[in-house]
Write a protein that binds this ligand. Structure first.
Ligand SMILES: NC(=O)c1ccc[n+]([C@@H]2O[C@H](COP(=O)([O-])OP(=O)(O)OC[C@H]3O[C@@H](n4cnc5c(N)ncnc54)[C@H](O)[C@@H]3O)[C@@H](O)[C@H]2O)c1
Length: 360
Protein backbone atom coordinates (compact mmCIF):
# COMPACT_ATOMS: atom_id res chain seq x y z
CA UNK A 1 0.00 0.00 0.00
CA UNK A 2 1.43 3.43 -0.90
CA UNK A 3 1.85 6.11 1.76
CA UNK A 4 -1.14 7.91 0.23
CA UNK A 5 -3.30 4.85 0.65
CA UNK A 6 -2.53 4.26 4.30
CA UNK A 7 -5.59 4.07 6.48
CA UNK A 8 -6.10 6.83 9.03
CA UNK A 9 -6.77 6.01 12.68
CA UNK A 10 -8.18 8.68 15.02
CA UNK A 11 -8.29 9.35 18.73
CA UNK A 12 -11.97 10.16 18.65
CA UNK A 13 -14.98 10.46 16.30
CA UNK A 14 -18.43 11.92 16.86
CA UNK A 15 -21.72 10.61 15.51
CA UNK A 16 -24.82 12.78 15.63
CA UNK A 17 -27.81 10.50 15.28
CA UNK A 18 -28.32 7.44 17.43
CA UNK A 19 -30.72 5.39 15.36
CA UNK A 20 -29.85 2.12 13.68
CA UNK A 21 -27.49 3.64 11.13
CA UNK A 22 -25.74 6.04 13.49
CA UNK A 23 -25.11 3.10 15.81
CA UNK A 24 -23.84 0.95 12.94
CA UNK A 25 -21.44 3.64 11.77
CA UNK A 26 -20.24 4.11 15.34
CA UNK A 27 -19.40 0.40 15.34
CA UNK A 28 -17.37 0.89 12.14
CA UNK A 29 -15.55 3.85 13.65
CA UNK A 30 -14.91 1.95 16.88
CA UNK A 31 -12.40 -0.05 14.82
CA UNK A 32 -10.67 3.12 13.65
CA UNK A 33 -10.79 5.35 16.76
CA UNK A 34 -9.94 5.03 20.43
CA UNK A 35 -13.28 6.60 21.36
CA UNK A 36 -16.57 7.10 19.53
CA UNK A 37 -19.27 9.27 21.07
CA UNK A 38 -22.82 9.04 19.78
CA UNK A 39 -25.28 11.84 20.45
CA UNK A 40 -28.76 10.76 21.50
CA UNK A 41 -31.55 13.27 22.07
CA UNK A 42 -32.59 11.88 25.45
CA UNK A 43 -30.21 11.42 28.41
CA UNK A 44 -32.21 8.63 30.06
CA UNK A 45 -32.25 6.61 26.86
CA UNK A 46 -28.53 7.27 26.28
CA UNK A 47 -27.81 5.97 29.79
CA UNK A 48 -29.93 2.89 29.11
CA UNK A 49 -27.94 2.11 25.96
CA UNK A 50 -24.64 2.53 27.85
CA UNK A 51 -25.87 0.32 30.67
CA UNK A 52 -27.02 -2.47 28.30
CA UNK A 53 -24.03 -2.03 25.93
CA UNK A 54 -26.60 -2.32 23.16
CA UNK A 55 -28.85 0.13 21.35
CA UNK A 56 -31.96 -1.60 22.62
CA UNK A 57 -34.08 1.20 21.18
CA UNK A 58 -33.06 1.12 17.52
CA UNK A 59 -30.63 -1.72 16.87
CA UNK A 60 -31.34 -4.70 19.06
CA UNK A 61 -29.10 -7.73 19.09
CA UNK A 62 -25.75 -6.08 18.36
CA UNK A 63 -23.52 -5.65 21.43
CA UNK A 64 -21.78 -2.27 21.34
CA UNK A 65 -18.00 -2.04 21.25
CA UNK A 66 -16.48 -0.95 24.58
CA UNK A 67 -15.22 2.33 23.11
CA UNK A 68 -18.67 3.46 21.91
CA UNK A 69 -20.42 5.79 24.30
CA UNK A 70 -23.90 7.30 24.00
CA UNK A 71 -24.50 10.76 25.43
CA UNK A 72 -27.10 13.53 25.25
CA UNK A 73 -24.37 16.13 25.79
CA UNK A 74 -23.54 17.79 22.45
CA UNK A 75 -20.20 19.21 23.66
CA UNK A 76 -19.09 15.86 25.04
CA UNK A 77 -19.97 14.29 21.70
CA UNK A 78 -17.81 16.42 19.42
CA UNK A 79 -15.02 17.94 21.54
CA UNK A 80 -11.74 16.29 20.56
CA UNK A 81 -13.29 14.47 17.58
CA UNK A 82 -11.23 14.13 14.40
CA UNK A 83 -14.29 13.34 12.26
CA UNK A 84 -17.97 14.17 12.62
CA UNK A 85 -20.82 12.16 11.11
CA UNK A 86 -24.41 13.35 10.74
CA UNK A 87 -26.94 10.52 10.75
CA UNK A 88 -29.98 12.33 12.14
CA UNK A 89 -33.11 11.60 10.03
CA UNK A 90 -33.42 14.30 7.37
CA UNK A 91 -36.60 15.92 8.72
CA UNK A 92 -34.99 16.47 12.14
CA UNK A 93 -31.61 17.78 10.95
CA UNK A 94 -32.55 21.44 10.76
CA UNK A 95 -33.95 21.50 14.29
CA UNK A 96 -30.73 20.05 15.65
CA UNK A 97 -28.55 22.41 13.61
CA UNK A 98 -30.54 25.48 14.65
CA UNK A 99 -29.81 24.62 18.26
CA UNK A 100 -26.20 23.44 17.96
CA UNK A 101 -24.87 24.29 14.48
CA UNK A 102 -22.99 27.48 15.41
CA UNK A 103 -20.68 25.94 18.01
CA UNK A 104 -20.11 22.89 15.86
CA UNK A 105 -19.13 25.14 12.96
CA UNK A 106 -16.53 26.96 15.10
CA UNK A 107 -15.05 23.64 16.16
CA UNK A 108 -15.01 22.20 12.63
CA UNK A 109 -13.40 25.32 11.16
CA UNK A 110 -10.82 25.73 13.93
CA UNK A 111 -9.74 22.09 13.74
CA UNK A 112 -10.34 21.37 10.03
CA UNK A 113 -12.44 18.35 10.94
CA UNK A 114 -14.03 16.37 8.10
CA UNK A 115 -17.81 16.37 8.26
CA UNK A 116 -19.80 13.57 6.66
CA UNK A 117 -23.50 13.50 5.91
CA UNK A 118 -24.92 9.98 6.10
CA UNK A 119 -28.65 10.77 6.21
CA UNK A 120 -30.81 10.15 3.16
CA UNK A 121 -33.90 12.03 2.06
CA UNK A 122 -35.35 15.41 1.06
CA UNK A 123 -36.45 18.01 3.59
CA UNK A 124 -40.19 18.59 3.25
CA UNK A 125 -40.14 22.32 4.01
CA UNK A 126 -37.26 23.30 1.71
CA UNK A 127 -36.89 20.46 -0.86
CA UNK A 128 -33.21 20.29 0.13
CA UNK A 129 -31.06 17.18 0.42
CA UNK A 130 -29.17 16.52 3.69
CA UNK A 131 -25.84 17.90 2.46
CA UNK A 132 -27.58 21.08 1.30
CA UNK A 133 -29.27 21.50 4.69
CA UNK A 134 -25.96 21.09 6.48
CA UNK A 135 -24.19 23.50 4.14
CA UNK A 136 -26.62 26.27 5.19
CA UNK A 137 -25.28 25.93 8.72
CA UNK A 138 -21.67 25.13 7.73
CA UNK A 139 -20.87 27.77 5.09
CA UNK A 140 -17.38 27.42 3.66
CA UNK A 141 -16.96 23.86 4.93
CA UNK A 142 -16.35 21.16 2.35
CA UNK A 143 -18.90 18.51 3.28
CA UNK A 144 -18.78 14.85 2.30
CA UNK A 145 -21.60 12.40 1.68
CA UNK A 146 -21.57 8.72 2.55
CA UNK A 147 -23.89 6.64 0.38
CA UNK A 148 -24.35 3.17 -1.00
CA UNK A 149 -25.87 -0.20 -0.12
CA UNK A 150 -25.49 -0.47 3.64
CA UNK A 151 -28.13 -1.95 5.91
CA UNK A 152 -27.46 -0.86 9.48
CA UNK A 153 -27.96 -4.39 10.78
CA UNK A 154 -25.19 -5.71 8.53
CA UNK A 155 -22.81 -2.77 8.95
CA UNK A 156 -23.07 -3.03 12.73
CA UNK A 157 -22.17 -6.72 12.70
CA UNK A 158 -19.13 -6.11 10.51
CA UNK A 159 -20.60 -7.95 7.51
CA UNK A 160 -18.78 -6.94 4.31
CA UNK A 161 -20.15 -3.63 3.01
CA UNK A 162 -19.00 -1.24 0.25
CA UNK A 163 -20.00 2.41 0.23
CA UNK A 164 -19.08 5.58 -1.62
CA UNK A 165 -17.66 8.60 0.13
CA UNK A 166 -18.30 11.64 -2.03
CA UNK A 167 -16.78 15.07 -1.96
CA UNK A 168 -16.58 17.60 -4.79
CA UNK A 169 -12.87 17.62 -3.97
CA UNK A 170 -11.55 14.11 -4.66
CA UNK A 171 -8.61 14.56 -2.24
CA UNK A 172 -11.03 15.15 0.61
CA UNK A 173 -13.08 12.13 -0.46
CA UNK A 174 -9.89 10.06 -0.41
CA UNK A 175 -8.93 11.32 3.03
CA UNK A 176 -12.32 10.31 4.34
CA UNK A 177 -12.04 6.96 2.59
CA UNK A 178 -8.91 6.31 4.64
CA UNK A 179 -10.68 7.34 7.84
CA UNK A 180 -13.78 5.21 7.28
CA UNK A 181 -12.35 2.05 5.69
CA UNK A 182 -11.62 -0.57 8.34
CA UNK A 183 -8.29 -2.39 8.53
CA UNK A 184 -9.88 -5.72 7.52
CA UNK A 185 -11.72 -3.95 4.66
CA UNK A 186 -15.04 -5.34 5.90
CA UNK A 187 -16.24 -1.73 5.56
CA UNK A 188 -14.73 -0.61 2.31
CA UNK A 189 -15.08 2.93 0.98
CA UNK A 190 -14.70 4.12 -2.60
CA UNK A 191 -13.91 7.79 -3.16
CA UNK A 192 -16.03 9.71 -5.66
CA UNK A 193 -17.13 13.25 -6.52
CA UNK A 194 -20.79 12.98 -7.62
CA UNK A 195 -22.31 14.45 -4.49
CA UNK A 196 -25.55 15.48 -6.23
CA UNK A 197 -26.04 12.04 -7.77
CA UNK A 198 -25.33 10.34 -4.45
CA UNK A 199 -27.88 12.42 -2.59
CA UNK A 200 -30.56 12.10 -5.28
CA UNK A 201 -30.07 8.33 -5.53
CA UNK A 202 -30.04 7.88 -1.75
CA UNK A 203 -33.31 9.76 -1.38
CA UNK A 204 -35.13 8.28 -4.36
CA UNK A 205 -34.23 4.65 -3.73
CA UNK A 206 -36.22 4.82 -0.50
CA UNK A 207 -39.33 5.89 -2.43
CA UNK A 208 -38.75 3.24 -5.10
CA UNK A 209 -38.28 0.62 -2.36
CA UNK A 210 -41.79 1.40 -1.14
CA UNK A 211 -42.95 0.69 -4.69
CA UNK A 212 -41.06 -2.58 -4.75
CA UNK A 213 -42.68 -3.53 -1.44
CA UNK A 214 -46.13 -2.59 -2.77
CA UNK A 215 -45.60 -4.88 -5.77
CA UNK A 216 -44.53 -7.68 -3.45
CA UNK A 217 -47.50 -7.10 -1.13
CA UNK A 218 -49.81 -7.35 -4.13
CA UNK A 219 -48.29 -10.73 -5.00
CA UNK A 220 -46.36 -9.56 -8.04
CA UNK A 221 -43.17 -11.42 -8.83
CA UNK A 222 -39.46 -10.91 -9.32
CA UNK A 223 -39.87 -9.87 -12.96
CA UNK A 224 -41.92 -6.89 -11.84
CA UNK A 225 -39.35 -6.00 -9.20
CA UNK A 226 -36.50 -6.09 -11.68
CA UNK A 227 -38.46 -3.89 -14.08
CA UNK A 228 -39.14 -1.39 -11.31
CA UNK A 229 -35.44 -1.29 -10.42
CA UNK A 230 -34.35 -0.77 -14.04
CA UNK A 231 -36.98 1.86 -14.83
CA UNK A 232 -36.63 3.49 -11.39
CA UNK A 233 -32.92 3.93 -11.96
CA UNK A 234 -33.74 6.05 -14.99
CA UNK A 235 -35.92 8.29 -12.83
CA UNK A 236 -32.90 8.71 -10.51
CA UNK A 237 -30.78 9.55 -13.54
CA UNK A 238 -33.25 12.19 -14.75
CA UNK A 239 -33.45 14.03 -11.42
CA UNK A 240 -29.66 13.88 -11.04
CA UNK A 241 -29.22 15.32 -14.51
CA UNK A 242 -31.69 18.13 -13.81
CA UNK A 243 -29.75 19.02 -10.65
CA UNK A 244 -26.40 19.12 -12.42
CA UNK A 245 -24.86 15.90 -11.09
CA UNK A 246 -22.32 14.28 -13.39
CA UNK A 247 -24.14 10.93 -13.15
CA UNK A 248 -21.21 8.87 -11.87
CA UNK A 249 -23.19 7.84 -8.80
CA UNK A 250 -26.27 6.70 -10.70
CA UNK A 251 -24.88 3.39 -11.90
CA UNK A 252 -22.52 3.01 -8.94
CA UNK A 253 -22.95 2.10 -5.29
CA UNK A 254 -25.25 5.01 -4.31
CA UNK A 255 -27.54 4.48 -7.30
CA UNK A 256 -27.83 0.99 -8.70
CA UNK A 257 -26.16 -0.56 -5.64
CA UNK A 258 -28.46 0.91 -3.04
CA UNK A 259 -31.55 0.62 -5.24
CA UNK A 260 -30.97 -3.11 -5.70
CA UNK A 261 -30.46 -3.62 -1.99
CA UNK A 262 -33.40 -1.58 -0.79
CA UNK A 263 -35.84 -2.87 -3.39
CA UNK A 264 -35.01 -6.51 -2.74
CA UNK A 265 -35.06 -7.02 0.98
CA UNK A 266 -37.44 -7.32 3.87
CA UNK A 267 -34.64 -5.80 5.98
CA UNK A 268 -35.52 -2.48 4.34
CA UNK A 269 -38.09 -0.50 6.30
CA UNK A 270 -39.20 1.22 3.13
CA UNK A 271 -39.76 -2.11 1.39
CA UNK A 272 -41.65 -3.36 4.45
CA UNK A 273 -43.88 -0.28 4.59
CA UNK A 274 -44.66 -0.78 0.90
CA UNK A 275 -45.37 -4.47 1.37
CA UNK A 276 -47.81 -3.74 4.20
CA UNK A 277 -49.50 -1.08 2.04
CA UNK A 278 -49.75 -3.62 -0.78
CA UNK A 279 -51.34 -6.09 1.64
CA UNK A 280 -54.02 -3.56 2.48
CA UNK A 281 -52.83 -1.88 5.71
CA UNK A 282 -53.14 1.89 6.02
CA UNK A 283 -50.05 4.08 6.35
CA UNK A 284 -51.40 5.46 9.60
CA UNK A 285 -51.59 1.99 11.13
CA UNK A 286 -48.15 1.03 9.82
CA UNK A 287 -46.56 4.15 11.31
CA UNK A 288 -48.30 3.65 14.66
CA UNK A 289 -46.87 0.15 14.92
CA UNK A 290 -43.26 1.01 14.02
CA UNK A 291 -40.81 3.16 15.97
CA UNK A 292 -38.14 3.42 13.30
CA UNK A 293 -38.28 6.00 10.51
CA UNK A 294 -38.97 4.79 6.94
CA UNK A 295 -37.40 7.78 5.23
CA UNK A 296 -39.14 7.11 1.88
CA UNK A 297 -42.55 7.96 3.38
CA UNK A 298 -41.34 11.49 4.07
CA UNK A 299 -39.40 11.76 0.83
CA UNK A 300 -42.18 10.92 -1.63
CA UNK A 301 -44.03 14.23 -1.42
CA UNK A 302 -41.01 16.60 -1.52
CA UNK A 303 -39.58 14.48 -4.34
CA UNK A 304 -42.68 15.08 -6.45
CA UNK A 305 -42.65 18.81 -5.69
CA UNK A 306 -38.96 18.93 -6.61
CA UNK A 307 -39.62 17.02 -9.84
CA UNK A 308 -42.39 19.46 -10.76
CA UNK A 309 -40.01 22.37 -10.14
CA UNK A 310 -37.34 20.72 -12.27
CA UNK A 311 -39.92 19.69 -14.91
CA UNK A 312 -38.86 16.05 -14.69
CA UNK A 313 -41.43 13.33 -15.25
CA UNK A 314 -41.32 10.48 -12.71
CA UNK A 315 -44.05 8.00 -13.66
CA UNK A 316 -43.16 5.35 -11.08
CA UNK A 317 -42.35 7.62 -8.16
CA UNK A 318 -45.47 9.71 -8.73
CA UNK A 319 -47.72 6.66 -8.43
CA UNK A 320 -45.87 5.51 -5.29
CA UNK A 321 -46.37 8.99 -3.88
CA UNK A 322 -50.11 8.85 -4.57
CA UNK A 323 -50.38 5.50 -2.79
CA UNK A 324 -48.40 6.80 0.20
CA UNK A 325 -50.61 9.92 0.26
CA UNK A 326 -53.72 7.74 0.30
CA UNK A 327 -54.92 9.09 -3.06
CA UNK A 328 -54.71 5.79 -4.92
CA UNK A 329 -54.98 2.14 -3.93
CA UNK A 330 -51.90 -0.02 -4.59
CA UNK A 331 -53.84 -2.05 -7.16
CA UNK A 332 -55.04 1.03 -9.05
CA UNK A 333 -51.47 2.36 -9.07
CA UNK A 334 -50.23 -0.80 -10.76
CA UNK A 335 -53.12 -0.74 -13.23
CA UNK A 336 -52.27 2.85 -14.15
CA UNK A 337 -48.57 2.08 -14.50
CA UNK A 338 -48.97 -0.89 -16.78
CA UNK A 339 -51.69 0.70 -18.91
CA UNK A 340 -49.40 3.47 -20.09
CA UNK A 341 -48.89 3.62 -23.86
CA UNK A 342 -46.22 1.30 -25.22
CA UNK A 343 -43.01 3.13 -25.91
CA UNK A 344 -39.36 2.83 -26.82
CA UNK A 345 -37.08 1.90 -23.95
CA UNK A 346 -35.40 5.24 -24.56
CA UNK A 347 -31.90 4.58 -23.28
CA UNK A 348 -28.87 6.41 -24.59
CA UNK A 349 -26.24 4.28 -26.32
CA UNK A 350 -23.15 3.80 -24.18
CA UNK A 351 -20.89 2.47 -26.93
CA UNK A 352 -20.62 2.26 -30.68
CA UNK A 353 -22.50 5.50 -31.09
CA UNK A 354 -23.06 4.95 -34.78
CA UNK A 355 -19.69 5.10 -36.46
CA UNK A 356 -18.19 1.63 -36.16
CA UNK A 357 -20.28 -1.33 -37.29
CA UNK A 358 -21.22 -3.88 -34.64
CA UNK A 359 -19.15 -7.10 -34.73
CA UNK A 360 -22.17 -9.21 -33.86
N1 LIG B 1 -31.17 2.13 8.85
C1 LIG B 1 -30.39 1.96 7.80
O1 LIG B 1 -30.05 0.82 7.44
C2 LIG B 1 -29.86 3.16 7.06
C3 LIG B 1 -28.88 2.94 6.11
C4 LIG B 1 -28.36 4.02 5.42
C5 LIG B 1 -28.83 5.31 5.69
N2 LIG B 1 -29.81 5.49 6.62
C6 LIG B 1 -30.24 6.87 6.86
O2 LIG B 1 -29.77 7.28 8.13
C7 LIG B 1 -30.65 8.24 8.69
C8 LIG B 1 -31.01 7.78 10.07
O3 LIG B 1 -31.71 6.59 9.94
P1 LIG B 1 -31.74 5.48 11.07
O4 LIG B 1 -32.13 4.23 10.39
O5 LIG B 1 -30.50 5.50 11.86
O6 LIG B 1 -32.94 6.02 11.98
P2 LIG B 1 -33.81 5.24 13.08
O7 LIG B 1 -35.22 5.24 12.62
O8 LIG B 1 -33.18 3.96 13.44
O9 LIG B 1 -33.69 6.20 14.35
C9 LIG B 1 -34.26 7.45 14.38
C10 LIG B 1 -33.33 8.34 15.16
O10 LIG B 1 -33.84 9.66 15.11
C11 LIG B 1 -33.76 10.21 16.40
N3 LIG B 1 -34.74 11.29 16.51
C12 LIG B 1 -36.08 11.21 16.61
N4 LIG B 1 -36.60 12.45 16.69
C13 LIG B 1 -35.56 13.32 16.63
C14 LIG B 1 -35.44 14.73 16.67
N5 LIG B 1 -36.52 15.50 16.76
N6 LIG B 1 -34.22 15.27 16.58
C15 LIG B 1 -33.12 14.51 16.45
N7 LIG B 1 -33.16 13.16 16.41
C16 LIG B 1 -34.36 12.58 16.50
C17 LIG B 1 -34.03 9.05 17.32
O11 LIG B 1 -33.54 9.31 18.62
C18 LIG B 1 -33.20 7.97 16.64
O12 LIG B 1 -31.86 8.09 17.02
C19 LIG B 1 -31.83 8.32 7.73
O13 LIG B 1 -31.70 9.45 6.92
C20 LIG B 1 -31.73 7.06 6.91
O14 LIG B 1 -32.28 7.21 5.61
C21 LIG B 1 -30.32 4.45 7.32
Amino acid sequence: MSADNKLIFLEKAAVFGSGAFGTALAMVLSKKCKQVNVWHMNQKEAALVNEKHENVLFLKGVPLAKNVKFTADVDETYKGAGAILFVIPTQFMRGFLKAHGAKLLSYVKANKVPVVVCSKGIERSSLLFPEQILSEFFPGVSLSVLAGPSFAAEVARGVFTCVSVCNRNIDEARQLQRIMTTADHSFLCFATTDTAGSEVASAMKNVLAIGSGIASGLGMGLDARAALIARGLLEIRDVTKALGGDGAAVFGLPGLGDLLLTCSSELSRNFTVGKRLGQGETLDHIQKTSKAVAEGVFTADPLMRLAAKLKVELPICSLIHRVVAGQLTPRDAVTQLISRDVRDEGLPKLFNAGNTPSKL
